[in-house]
Every structure is written in C-alpha cells, then in structure tokens.
Design a protein around this ligand. Structure first.
Ligand code: FAD
Length: 383
C-alpha cells in the first residue's frame, strides 16, 4: 500500500459504484437516510478506520480516513450521512476512560453501535459555543440534562450522541472555557424519556434535526474525561474534523471537474466541442488550480496532524480553501452543462446543494478568517 492509499481508494471506489446516481437521487427526493450505503461502508470497516486495532478497528492514521472520505465524494456519493463517526470518536479515544473505551469502541468498530450525532450547536448561541445554554446538573449517580440543540445531524440514525453541556454556570468559572462537559448519550434509551428529536427540512438530504432535553437522566459514568473540561476535548477534535471535511470537499471538486471536463469534450455546438472555447475551459481550469492548491494544504495539515505538530492554522485554511474550491468547481460544472446542469438526473444540482454546506458548517468561513487574523497574524481580537 502506498502513502496515497491507492489500494484503499480503489476498494472504496468499487464499493461506491454499487451506489450510483439514481440511488442518491431517490434518497434525495424522499429526504431518506442512505442506510444501505452506511451499512456497506461500516461492514467493510471504513467507518472504524481510526479505531485502534486493540478495540477492533483498523488503527489507521487520519490520512487514511481522509482518503476514504475524499474517494466517497469523488465517486458522487455523500459521506455526510456517516462522516461524523470518524471525527467524533477522537474525543472518546483521547479523553474517555479505559472502561468507556472498552465498552463502546469494539461495538462501534463492529457496527453494532453508531456514534454519528454531535450535539454542540444551539439555536441561541450558534457559533458562540461558550454561550450555550443546555445544562447538565449532577444528581447522585446521574446528570440531569435540560435544554436544546439544533442541527444535530443524523440524530435519528445514531445510537450514541456526543453532547456538550454546561455543568457549571458561566458566572461561576474563572476561565471562560471552563464549566462545559462532554457526555455520551445513549439515544435509543433517551428518546421518549427526556429526549425528543424533531427533523429539520433542508435544501439537501442531510438528516439534520433539533433535539430537546427535558429532565433527561444521563449516567455519571457517561461523562467523558473531567467535569468542566469538555470544551477543550471538543476543540481538540476540531482540527481532525476540519481536515476530514476538507478532504470531502476535495473529492467533490474532483467529481465536478471530471464531469465538467467530460461534458465540455463531448457536447458539440457550432460544429465544435464547447470545451474548445476558452470561455468554457477557463472556469474549469481555474477550479482545478484552486482544488490542487487546497489539496496541498489538506495534505500539509494531515502531515502535521500525524506528526503531532500544532495544526490549527493548516486545518482551518484547508477547510476554507477546499470548501471554496468545491464550490468553484460546482459553479463551473453547472455553467458548462448549461440547462442540463439543473436537471436532477445529472446529479450536478444535487452535489451543488450538498457541497454548499461546507462554507457554513462545521464552521463558517468568517470564523476561519477571524482565527487566521487573530491567531496567526496577531491582529486584535474582534469578539
Ligand atoms: C446541515 C447542517 C448540519 C449541521 N450539523 C451539525 C451537527 O451535527 N452538530 C452540531 O453541533 N452543529 C451542526 N451544524 C451547525 C453548524 O456548525 C453551524 O450552523 C455553524 O457553526 C454556524 O453557526 P450558526 O448557524 O448558528 O450561525 P451563526 O453563529 O448564527 O452565524 C451566522 C453568520 O454570522 C457570521 N458571524 C457570527 N459571528 C461572527 C463574528 N464575530 N465575526 C464575523 N462573522 C460572524 C457567521 O460566520 C455566519 O455566517 C450543522 C449545520 C447545518 C446547516
């Protein structure tokens, strides 16, 4: 196997070919969860790529996970249905107790349990995570959770949720990042017993929801790491999340560029292929250049992550550049296809809607620019 994970990419591509455009179009139309695709990826072991071998996973580095997710998108599929497991797990892996890891990781690795839901964003606090209002109060050997999360994707299709909640009121902590804690919530047990899930209809098929907590009892044994330190744990997983989402955007960009180039060669108007016109070539060529530049940033981020070096700068820039590159490629692809770019059967409009998300979630472009301005360039704090 080469460092490019050629073999893994080929295997993933083969698996994805069992799920062609009409599979995704049907799911998109019904806003249905791609259960068969997620099961196939899980059964082949790809969703357990990052779980250490001792716990039943493949024990691969993050660059392998990036290769898997990039290939999924490049084949026209959508990893949004299951990508969270790859990066959520890091919190459990790095900060969970031995007992928690022994209890959950083998079952996640085997596919018996899905850890797909990540409860951070709230309707009133949004990007300002430290202002979140969901509380978890200790009561004997349980925590009682009250509050609401929004955009909790895949909640209806997950057995476990990684939840960030406030355990100490903000005014009682000295450091603003203290007082938040992370819990593993058993969702199947919680639904109907203090947890309500309400789907949100969105412009693409993303199975996202809002969730309500009303006196939900979560065993204290499900607290991850130390009480009050949860924000740090979540932050430590965010670089991985950004790099993996960036890899997905690179895959999307490659899919769009491939489609646009093929169509530009075959569509003949005025007695020549439309791709002979520089007005058609240039947006595709520009998108390709943007994608390659972003791809280099993704691989530099992955390299630093695996070397254990600080990677906040590269992870953020990779995510921003890759999301912009996939959008530029989508734009070029639609324009190249003219009216057919809008026809569902070409899959372009679907991918266009899907890839747009990544300029907003899991973090929007402004917040990345703000990170670069303040933490890399030393400009004054704006918020
Ligand atoms: C389909 C979808 C799936 C998602 N899945 C999940 C999930 O599984 N789990 C989860 O926890 N969250 C999830 N999210 C939430 C996502 O991470 C947030 O939407 C995103 O972080 C932006 O937060 P917000 O929507 O509250 O926007 P807001 O925080 O309200 O921001 C609105 C706009 O204002 C800008 N802005 C805000 N403050 C500043 C500032 N100081 N300077 C400059 N610009 C600023 C933002 O950049 C943004 O453009 C999902 C969102 C979507 C749409």
């Amino acid at each position: 196997m080469t460092h490019d994970y050629t073999q893994i990419r080929e295997e993933v591509a083969k698996l994805c070919q069992q799920f062609p455009g009409d599979y995704w179009r049907a799911k998109d139309k019904l806003r249905a969860y791609p259960t068969e695709f997620v099961d196939a990826l899980g059964n082949a072991g790809y969703l357990a790529a990052l779980i250490p071998e001792d716990y039943g996973g493949a024990g691969l580095p993050i660059s392998a996970a990036a290769a898997i997710l990039e290939e999924v998108q490049k084949q026209g599929c959508n990893g949004g249905a299951c990508h969270a497991q790859m990066y959520i797990m890091g919190t459990l892996l790095r900060h969970g107790s031995e007992a928690q890891k022994a209890s959950y990781l083998p079952r996640i690795a085997s596919g018996e349990l899905r850890l797909q839901a990540f409860g951070v964003t709230e309707p009133t606090s949004g990007t300002d995570t430290l202002s979140l209002k969901t509380t978890a109060k200790r009561d004997g050997d349980h925590y009682i959770v009250n509050g609401q999360k929004i955009w909790t994707s895949r909640a209806e299709h997950s057995d476990l949720m990684l939840l960030l909640a406030r355990t100490t009121p903000r005014e009682h902590v000295s450091k603003r990042t203290d007082g938040l804690s992370v819990f593993l919530v058993d969702m199947k047990a919680a639904v109907g017993n203090g947890l309500t899930i309400r789907p949100i209809e969105t412009m693409m098929n993303h199975s996202t929801t809002e969730v309500f907590f009303d006196q939900l009892a979560v065993p204290a044994a499900n607290l991850i790491g130390e009480e009050g330190q949860g924000f740090k744990y979540i932050l430590s997983g965010m670089n991985a999340e950004r790099l993996l989402i960036a890899a997905e955007c690179i895959g999307d960009a490659k899919w769009f560029i491939e489609k646009a180039s093929a169509y530009a060669k075959e569509r003949v108007l005025f007695n020549r292929p439309i791709g002979q016109n520089q007005g058609v070539q240039f947006p595709i060529a520009r998108a390709y250049a943007q994608m390659r530049a972003a791809e280099l940033m993704v691989s530099e981020g992955l390299r630093k992550y695996e070397a254990g070096e600080p990677v906040g700068e590269e992870a953020n820039m990779a995510k921003m550049l890759a999301a912009e590159a996939s959008w530029a490629a989508g734009e070029a692809c639609i324009q190249t296809h003219g009216g057919f770019g809008f026809a569902a059967e070409y899959d372009i409009e679907r991918k266009f809607r899907e890839t747009r998300l990544y300029q907003v979630a899991p973090i929007s472009t402004n917040m990345i620019l703000s990170f670069i301005a303040e933490h890399v360039l030393g400009l004054p704090r704006s918020y």
